[in-house]
Ligand binder design. Structure first.
Ligand code: CO8
Length: 258
């Protein structure tokens, strides 16, 4: 029987996607990226889901793009198939919060996949690197763009040019990850976070995600203007009125995700 490249399950309002090529340390090939994209879009469309978790195994979140698949490709192969853009960029279409739960290796494309998520939670075993230079390749799934935005140019250059690997605590200090948790508690703690996030008003979560992402892509003036317009639009939200009234009535809010 053929193994599924990703496993999909639902935990309450959280969609969980597990990368599943253990024999290849979850090396990311087209079948896996297609399946990941399909799973992400299905959860994004599902009204019962408020947040999404992507995880791997205890040994590897993902050890990079699949080197065996890429080794014989020509320029025309990757240009015509629109390699990376065709399926990796699906991540950018997801409007709900996506959390990467990383244990073990997050290398090359695996590190880039984590960087494309909204929050990264690292187990103590997590290791982050962009080692493409060792192959005379380069980070090509957003790594040269997202890493410097996440940790600054000096440290990003160091990682990209020397293949330096960060452990979980370094990644935490540099701002690459938002929290480090003990090995063995990664999924439990990530799910607790995801469930908490998913309990909030979904449209509010989506506009906050969109607004924070804007800060990466615009000037401060444009970003503030965008944020202000989104804030004004919050007053059209039933949940926002419910949230404020519930606070004033000293009762828990009941969000209808509208
Ligand atoms: N691709 C294909 N197979 C892989 C990959 C990979 N990236 N990583 C590991 N594997 C396979 C190994 O070949 C091995 O298979 P087999 O058992 O059949 O020999 C199996 O997984 C287990 O790996 P190891 O025996 O090497 O396990 P170790 O614990 O000794 O080492 C490492 C773990 C350090 C993670 C090591 O496997 C390694 O260095 N892997 C490659 C890491 C790497 O270079 N990643 C970057 C890949 S290139 C990339 O991601 C970007 C390309 C250009 C841009 C495109 C955007 C994605």
């Amino acid at each position: 029987m053929e193994t599924q490249p990703v496993l999909v399950e639902t935990r309450g309002r959280v969609g969980v996607i597990t990368l599943n090529r253990p024999g290849q340390l979850n090396a990311l090939n087209d079948a896996m990226m297609d399946a990941l994209g399909d799973a992400l879009l299905a959860f994004d469309r599902d009204d019962a889901i408020g947040a999404i978790v992507i995880t791997g195994s205890a040994k590897a979140f993902a050890a990079g793009a699949d080197i065996a698949a890429m080794a014989d490709w020509s320029y025309m192969d990757v240009y015509q198939s629109d390699f990376i853009t065709r399926n990796w960029e699906t991540m950018r279409r997801v409007r709900k919060p996506v959390i990467a739960a990383v244990a073990g290796f997050a290398m090359g494309g695996g590190c880039e996949l984590a960087l494309a998520c909204d929050i990264i939670i690292a187990a103590e075993s997590a290791r982050f690197a962009l080692p493409e230079i060792k192959l005379a390749m380069m980070p090509g799934a957003g790594g040269t763009q997202r890493l410097p935005r996440a940790i600054g140019k000096a440290k990003a250059m160091d990682m990209c040019l020397s293949a330096r690997m960060l452990d979980a605590n370094e990644a935490d200090r540099y701002g690459l990850v938002s929290r480090v948790v003990p090995d063995g508690q990664l999924l439990e703690q990530t799910l607790a976070l995801a469930e908490k996030i998913a309990s909030y008003s979904l449209p509010a979560l989506m506009v906050i995600k969109e607004s924070v992402n804007r800060s990466w892509e615009s000037s401060l003036t444009e970003g503030i203007l965008y944020e202000r317009r989104e804030l004004h639009a919050r007053f059209a939200s039933e949940d926002a009125h419910e949230g404020m009234k519930a606070f004033l009535s000293k009762r828990p809010p009941v969000f209808e995700h509208r």
